[in-house]
Design a protein around this ligand. Structure first.
Ligand code: SAH
Length: 502
C-alpha cells in the first residue's frame, strides 16, 4: 500500500446510510446532506436513481447491487467498500430502507471496525413500514393489531425458512415479510399448517413508494400462488381489512376488481396494469396450467425432428411457452411455417424472435382453418402440421386441417385444472367488477365460487370469452374493443369513467 493511500485512509470516513424505500421524499435530511457531499457512493440495487441524483456531479458511483442475475457475495461487497474507503475521503454506503433492517449493515460496520476505518450510521425509513403505508395499510391499528413482526423470507443456502411457525401463527398482530416473494408458497403453507387462518387477508405491495407501485390483495391461502414479483413487502393480518387507498391516484381509484387470470401463465401482468391505474386488484386465479398427463415425450419427439413439419399451429400462449420451452435452439425451426391465433399468442411467438406466416383474419380456430392453405400438393414434404395444444382445446383445428388434406399431429402440451386457491369470499363480495380473459377462467370461477360470488359487472376480453359468459346465462357488462390485456384495461377505464359519471 502506497504512502498516499495510507494518508487518505486516515482521513476517510464511511457513512452507512439508509436511503428509504424509493420515494426521494423519504430520504432523511442527514442522508441528503451526506449524499450531497460524498466523494464516493457505494450503493445497492434498491436505491432509486432519483436519490443518486442528489450527489455531486463528480461523485464516484460504485454499484454493488445484488440482483438475481448478478449475485455478488457479501464478502465482495464489503471488500469493495473497504477499497473505496481507502481510496476516497467521504464514502457513503447507501442502502435501501434502513441499513440495519436486513441490510447487513452491521456486518459491514464490523469489517470497518476491523480495518480501523471510522464510520457513522444514519438510519433510514424502512420499507417494512413505509411501503404498506403507501398502500394505505397501517402496520398497527387499535383493536386489530397491537404489534408487528418483521421477517425475512430469504433463507441462507436457499433451503427452507427456519422459523418457529407455531409461534408466528400465534403471535398475533401483523406479520411483515421482506424478501418473501420466492418463498411465498412456503410462508403460506407453513403458517396455515401451524394453525393460522387460511383466510387471513394478505397484501403484497410491489415497488412501493415509487411511481410504479402496485398492490395485490389476496389471503394467506392465495399468497402461495399470487402473481407477484420482487421487490415486495408482504403484509399478513387484519390490518389489510382497513386498507384505505388514500395515496392512490389514477383513473381507476375506488375500483375493486377481481382478476381471474390463470396462474402459472407467464403473460403480461394485467394485475400490475390495473393496479398502476389506481384499482385495487383482488387476485382470484380460477384455473391452473399444469403438465400434461404422461411423460411429455411426445413433445420432445416432435421437437426432436421439428424440421419434418411444414407448419406449427399455435392457438394459445401456454402452448407457445411449452413448445419453446422444449426447443433448445430456435434456428432449428428453419423453414417450418408458423400460424398463430390471437394477439397474445402472436406476441408470445414473436417474443422468441420468431416470425409468423399466418394470422387468421379473426382470432378464432374456425378462421384459422378457413384461412389455412390447402394441404394436398401444397407446401414442401408430406404436408404435416404440428399442433401443440391444451387438453381442453376443441377439435376444430385438427378436423378442419385434416379435411383440407393435412396430416395433423396434435399434442397435448398442457392441462387446465381448477385452481386450488380459494380466495376469501369477503374480498370477492366487496368487488364491483370481475374481468375474464378466457372462457376457461369463466367456467373455472363459476365451478369454484358459484354465481353468487360474482361481482355485479363482468368485463370480457373479446367475443369468444363473451360467448362463454352468455352461454352460462350471465350478462356481459362490457367487452374490450381490442382483444388483448391492454385493450381490456382500456375498456375497464372507459367503463369506470361511465360509472363515475352517473
Ligand atoms: N433495508 C431494507 C430492506 C432490505 S431487504 C429496508 O429497511 O427496507 C430487501 C427487501 O426489502 C426487498 O426484497 C423487499 O421485500 C423490501 N423492499 C425494499 N424496498 C422496497 C420497495 N420500494 N417496495 C417493496 N419492497 C421493498
Amino acid at each position: 500500500m502506497g504512502k498516499s493511500e495510507n494518508l487518505q485512509s486516515a482521513k476517510s470516513k464511511v457513512y452507512l446510510v439508509g436511503a428509504g424505500p424509493g420515494d426521494p421524499g423519504l430520504v432523511t435530511l442527514r442522508a441528503a446532506e451526506l449524499i450531497g457531499s460524498a466523494d464516493a457512493i457505494v450503493y445497492d440495487y434498491l436505491v432509486d436513481d432519483s436519490i443518486l441524483g442528489l450527489a455531486k456531479s463528480d461523485v464516484v458511483l460504485i454499484d454493488v447491487g445484488k440482483r438475481p442475475s448478478r449475485p455478488l457475495p457479501q464478502s465482495e461487497v464489503t471488500a469493495e467498500l473497504i477499497r473505496a474507503a481507502k481510496r476516497y475521503g467521504n464514502v457513503v454506503r447507501l442502502k435501501g430502507g434502513d441499513p440495519f433492517v436486513f441490510g447487513r449493515g452491521a456486518e459491514e460496520a464490523e469489517a470497518l471496525v476491523d480495518e480501523g476505518i471510522p464510520f457513522e450510521v444514519v438510519p433510514g425509513v424502512t420499507s417494512a413500514i413505509a411501503v404498506p403505508a403507501y398502500a394505505g395499510i397501517p402496520v398497527t391499528h387499535r383493536g386489530i393489531a397491537s404489534s408487528f413482526t418483521v421477517l425475512t423470507g430469504h433463507s441462507r443456502d436457499a433451503g427452507p425458512l427456519q422459523y418457529d411457525w407455531t409461534a408466528l401463527a400465534r403471535v398475533g398482530g401483523t406479520l411483515i415479510f421482506l424478501m418473501g416473494v420466492a418463498h411465498r408458497a412456503e410462508i403460506s403453507n407453513k403458517l396455515i399448517s401451524a394453525g393460522m387462518d387460511p383466510k387471513s387477508p394478505v397484501s403484497a405491495v410491489i415497488w412501493g413508494t415509487r411511481p410504479d407501485q402496485w398492490t395485490v390483495m389476496t389471503d394467506l391461502e392465495g399468497l402461495a400462488k399470487a402473481q407477484i414479483n420482487s421487490p415486495a413487502v408482504i403484509v399478513i393480518g387484519g390490518v389489510n381489512r382497513i386498507r384505505n387507498e388514500w395515496f392512490k391516484t389514477g383513473p381507476l381509484v375506488g375500483l375493486k376488481v377481481v382478476v381471474t387470470r390463470a396462474e402459472g401463465v407467464a403473460t403480461s401482468r394485467i394485475e400490475q396494469r390495473l393496479s398502476s391505474l389506481g384499482a385495487s386488484v383482488i387476485a382470484a386465479p380460477s384455473i391452473e396450467i399444469t403438465d400434461p398427463v404422461g411423460d411429455g415425450s411426445e413433445l420432445v419427439d416432435a421437437v426432436g425432428h421439428i424440421e419434418r413439419f411444414d407448419w406449427i399451429v399455435f392457438t394459445s400462449q401456454n402452448a407457445v411457452d411449452r413448445f419453446f420451452g422444449a426447443l433448445d435452439d430456435t434456428r432449428r425451426l428453419g423453414t417450418v411455417r408458423i400460424a398463430a391465433v390471437g394477439t397474445g399468442t402472436e406476441a408470445a411467438v414473436r417474443a422468441h424472435g420468431v416470425g409468423i406466416d399466418l394470422v387468421p383474419t379473426r382470432a378464432v380456430a374456425d378462421a384459422l382453418v378457413a384461412d389455412f392453405p390447402s394441404g394436398s400438393g401444397s407446401g414442401s414434404g408430406s404436408g404435416t402440421v404440428l399442433f401443440p395444444k391444451g387438453d381442453r382445446a376443441s377439435g376444430v383445428v385438427e378436423e378442419g386441417l385434416s379435411a383440407k388434406g393435412w396430416l395433423v399431429s396434435a399434442i397435448v402440451v398442457y392441462r387446465t385444472v381448477p385452481s386450488t386457491v380459494d380466495v376469501d369470499h369477503g374480498l370477492l363480495r366487496g368487488a364491483q367488477l370481475i374481468t375474464f380473459t378466457s372462457g376457461t377462467t369463466v367456467e373455472g370461477f363459476l365451478a369454484k365460487y358459484g354465481a353468487d360470488l360474482l361481482p355485479s359487472v363482468i368485463g370480457s376480453i373479446g367475443p369468444v370469452t363473451s360467448s362463454v359468459i352468455k352461454r352460462l346465462g350471465l350478462q356481459v357488462g362490457f367487452e374490450a374493443k381490442r382483444h388483448d390485456l391492454e385493450g381490456l384495461c382500456e375498456a375497464v377505464v372507459d367503463w369506470w369513467n361511465g360509472v363515475g359519471a352517473k
